[in-house]
Design a protein around this ligand. Sequence first.
Ligand code: HEM
Length: 216
Amino acid sequence: MRSWPRRRPASDGAALTLPAVAGALPPAGPAGQAGLAGLAVVARPQREPIVTRAELALAFSTLIVLAGVVLGSALVRPPPAVHTAAQFVHLACVVLGLGSVLAVDWFGLRWQLGKGTLREVVTTAAALAVPIWLGLGGLMLSGMLLSPDYASTITLVKVAMVGVAGVVGVLALAVSRRLAARTTPSRRLLRAGLLMAATSQLAWWTATVIGFLNRS
Ligand code: HEM
């Protein structure tokens, strides 16, 4: 029996069946069973995961960095001049990080409203990855010098939100790489992208509002 080329679908969907070629199916009866024995069994392809285990591990490793920051901030008591400089750097990093996240999501919103393409969104996300991470990294480093009060619940909520922003940021990078590689991305992948954009916005804005409430 002639073998049929198997191709992975362009999307990450699970539907791949045997080719419906006229005459490819064997007749019923014993002869047909003999024919079935010769049929290659085509396994349903595994759904490509939205993110791989390695990407998940990398995402959660940002929490280890955050734990280091929290520990560091509990140990360091910077002099007032350093505190003031850190306040400025903190604000500058909010502009850089939140500004870049907003720019990416703005392109995402335009695409959702039919005013731009998915390619524009993915290209912007790739171009702004460095400023987003510089912003978040700078916020963590400068935040460490701002003597956060961990006895306050909203400060703990803020730290949790910074963790969410870090984890979702890494996962969103993985998803946008996958989106960039598809001409027709699956709904599942698109939904994951939208969910990550919404979660990241929520985390950044919550951290910003709590930071504002905690300012001295
Ligand atoms: C997504 C990350 C973060 C965002 C968006 C953010 C945002 C802000 C904002 C907008 C302020 C108010 C600044 C002002 O008006 O002077 C602030 C203050 C503050 N942030 Fe953050 N922050 C982030 C991460 C962190 C981290 C990781 C820490 C520490 C572990 C931290 C600790 C503080 C403290 C202690 C203040 C009060 C500073 C003061 O006025 O003395 N922040 N933050």
